[in-house]
Design a protein around this ligand. Structure first.
Ligand code: C2E
Ligand code: MG
Ligand code: MG
Ligand code: MG
Length: 286
């Protein structure tokens, strides 16, 4: 056994694993209190039309202002929130906060046409999701058509019939549905036919090398025409350059999101963006 062989690599490995899991336990414990301690915040990133200025929506992206670690991105705590189940109260907070924010923007006359909220798999499968969405819409007064929920293809890896029923119930409430990171997950064409969705969001990995990689370019062109033929809108994610923007425009992808337009911004900065940098509509909400 490695334990008795004096293999130092083994010991180092096991020590670092122990250290890691202690760190993770601390983080999970911290996350448990993050909501009560008001450490979570939403940043917002614009979704714009082909002119790069006409705002069609805003996506809420969560951040954790950790007292010791500083600003922690969702990639570093959403998986932990999913595993621990904390995603349920956190998801409810996110939905409520984004909707309240939307109504504040409305009151100030600067609201984007819609606000998008990410919903992860465990949230999507939670039996209280429909009730939560209904309750938040009622309480905040957000018109259902102004709320967009972003889900990933992975919701289809579980109980497909149940997933389709949940999507149908959300649609019946009037909210719109986007498939996030499209093309990276379980992309059965069959479910696209069955799904009552409104928008495909082309994953940023295809957009990244679009001007250098002819296969990425072909994939994007194909997703755009697939979306058009099925009657979905299509948003390109992660647009960082004019070159990418022009490729997308040439391929009739008409909605964009990415650093080229704006990074996700804290509320105060996003309000400045809302007041200064764009025109709203005529595009329909996403
Ligand atoms: P996503 O929904 O696909 O969001 C897009 C991610 O790409 C965001 O990272 C955004 O900041 C980043 N991004 C936007 N434009 C560009 C660009 O031009 N270049 C590059 N390189 N990146 C860009 P972020 O904020 O770190 O979020 C990562 C993921 O975490 C999100 O991916 C989403 O799946 C998840 N997430 C974020 N907020 C929430 C939330 O409130 N609830 C849940 N359940 N998941 C969330
Ligand atoms: Mg998203
Ligand atoms: Mg995405
Ligand atoms: Mg993503």
């Amino acid at each position: 056994h490695a334990k008795h062989s004096g293999d130092r690599r083994f010991l180092t490995f096991s020590e670092s694993m122990a250290h890691r899991s202690v760190e993770m336990m601390n983080l999970e414990n911290d996350l448990r209190h993050a909501l009560n301690r008001d450490e979570l915040e939403l940043h917002y990133q614009p979704k714009v039309a082909h002119d790069g200025r006409t705002l069609v929506g805003a996506e809420a992206l969560i951040r954790w202002r950790h007292p010791r670690l500083g600003l922690v991105g969702p990639g570093d705590f959403i998986p932990l929130a999913e595993e621990s189940g904390l995603i349920i109260p956190i998801g409810r907070w996110t939905l409520a906060t984004a909707c309240q924010q939307f109504m504040e923007w409305r009151a100030q006359g600067i609201a984007p046409p819609s606000v998008s909220v990410n919903v992860s798999v465990r949230q999507f499968n939670d039996s209280a999701l429909l009730e939560t969405v209904r309750e938040v819409l009622d309480r905040t007064g957000v018109p259902a058509g102004c709320l967009d929920l972003e889900i990933t293809e992975s919701v289809m890896t579980g109980d497909v019939e149940r997933a389709v029923a949940t999507l149908g119930a959300l649609k019946a409430m009037g909210v719109t549905l986007s498939i996030d990171d499209f093309g990276t997950g379980y992309s059965s064409l069959n479910y696209l036919k069955t799904f009552p969705i409104d928008t495909l969001k082309i994953d940023q990995t295809f957009v990244r090398d679009v001007s250098r990689d002819s296969k990425d370019a072909a994939i994007i062109a194909t997703i755009v025409s697939l979306a058009r033929n099925l009657g979905f809108k299509v948003v390109a994610e992660g647009v960082e350059s004019l070159e990418q923007m022009e490729f997308l425009r040439d391929n009739e992808c008409s909605l964009f999101q990415g650093y080229w337009v704006s990074r996700p911004l804290p509320v105060a900065d996003f309000c400045i963006y809302l007041r200064e940098n764009h025109t709203v509509g005529p595009a329909e909400p996403i």
